[in-house]
Design a binder for this molecule. Sequence first.
Ligand SMILES: Cc1cc2nc3c(=O)[nH]c(=O)nc-3n(C[C@H](O)[C@H](O)[C@H](O)COP(=O)(O)OP(=O)(O)OC[C@H]3O[C@@H](n4cnc5c(N)ncnc54)[C@H](O)[C@@H]3O)c2cc1C
Length: 501
Amino acid sequence: MIDQMDNKMSQRNTLPTTWDAVADVVVVGFGGAGAATAITAVEAGASVILLDKAPQGQEGGNTRVAAQGYLNTSSTEAAITYFNALAGPYKVPQDMVEVWADEMCKNNDWLSSIGGDPQEHQFQPAGIEFPDLPGAECVHKYHHGDILGYSKTWEMLEQAVRARAIEVRYECPGQRLLQDPLTQEIVGVVALQNGKPVNIKAKKAVVLTCGGFENNQEMIRNYLTGMPYCYTSGSPFNEGDGVRMAMEVGADLWHMNNFAGPSMALKVAEFPTTFSMMALHFSHEPVGGMVVVGPDGKRFTDEKYKTRHGKVEQSGKWQALRTPCPMHMIFDQTMLDGGPIYDGKPTHGWTQIMSGYTWSTDNRVELAKGWIKSAPTLAALATLLKLPAGSLDQTVARWNAHCTAGADSDFGRSKMLAPFGAGPYYAVELSPSMLNTQGGPRRNKHAQIVRPDGTPIPRLYSAGELGSMYSYLYQGTGNIGECFAFGRIAARNAVAEKALT
Ligand SMILES: Cc1cc2nc3c(=O)[nH]c(=O)nc-3n(C[C@H](O)[C@H](O)[C@H](O)COP(=O)(O)OP(=O)(O)OC[C@H]3O[C@@H](n4cnc5c(N)ncnc54)[C@H](O)[C@@H]3O)c2cc1C
């Protein structure tokens, strides 16, 4: 054991004598942040190698399956005010906020300059997530091209990368950073290509853009408060590699407990990502009786609440939605017969866009698979789900009484106020689900990754959701906007480094 540890340590302290590839800037992760970094660096005259863990066709990370919106703020001053209000007590250093605000105003100009076609979302000002906060008027949400969704912004970025002299290596995960033991400089990356380690030298810098830890259950348990597990609706390739690699070379971490979630969704063993349930969307009103219960068989929330990326207002404060696991959505025959309970519309989400699963129109295939469970009575369903005896009878009776009274006096739900009909009854297990994590290595205003004492780790940069700026509340489209902004900053500063020989 000690021998193995010694081996690992000496591997870390020894730099390779030969290199399998060399570039000025090595970018680890080909999502939105990686694309913005690589494009900016190559336009500034640098040679660039861009690595992605996923096979060709599955690169792009969360950006590929996002709703395709990005933020372009209209005024630096208002953006500073709004950002500080979003952060609230979870303050972010002002020099960072200022750089963020300044750069976020330039996203449209940048996208246009690389061949994009910025179009403002039609539903303004509804896209302002916290309209009551000061500075909120700065929010303007855009996407590329004439359609919102269907990965258009991603497709544009991907084409912009391909159109330039950027070497992209797919199925080539960065494994560890190569750090000069004397100078502490990051001089390259060990990646895996065809299962074999390859040493890639970065003459100027390495930029980590490999996303968050959405698909790493151990990190989720360690860092996301109150989450025994949580599944992603984005890329399953985001497994926290960047967090680990940065920690190994001495990085500080920040915003690790913040994430865009949770929501409640179905997760089945056959697929790596979650299935969103139609009945839980605030804007859909399927027919039939439906409630969500926790392990005690009781409701715990307004099931139709429109969370602000997972935050709900409780006791006058925005806090993460409670998700007492295991949770079950209980529903009746009318809802089962009312059409697919899965929202398969392919506008965003890894399951919708990448997995391409066709849910049966009458839900019968998923019933046969056991994804939907059923029992003739609520008592039998409670037994099947291992819920306390009598709990579902009581919960549904109470819900039906709310419907008769026309008001949910427990949680104030105002949508889908339909009572349960006669049995049989149905259940789907719900898991906490998220779009993305926000935490990762702490960066400074130059996009350098810093140590706990605030000093930069030489020649190491980051951009995107890996150590993002967002510490508490989140404005939708802020993540992709930040990918563009900090991708440009990281690239500019990386290219300005003096090249190693
Ligand atoms: C369904 C959904 C909808 C969303 N909608 C929006 C929206 O409309 N607007 C918005 O701003 N945000 C949205 N978000 C959040 C946003 O998509 C992400 O935060 C953002 O795209 C992250 O970009 P990124 O480049 O940092 O990471 P990603 O786009 O996730 O890219 C990371 C890349 O790194 C690769 N990678 C991972 N590990 C390694 C490794 N070891 N070596 C090499 N490569 C590696 C991955 O394969 C991936 O390609 C949404 C997220 C989801 C899931």
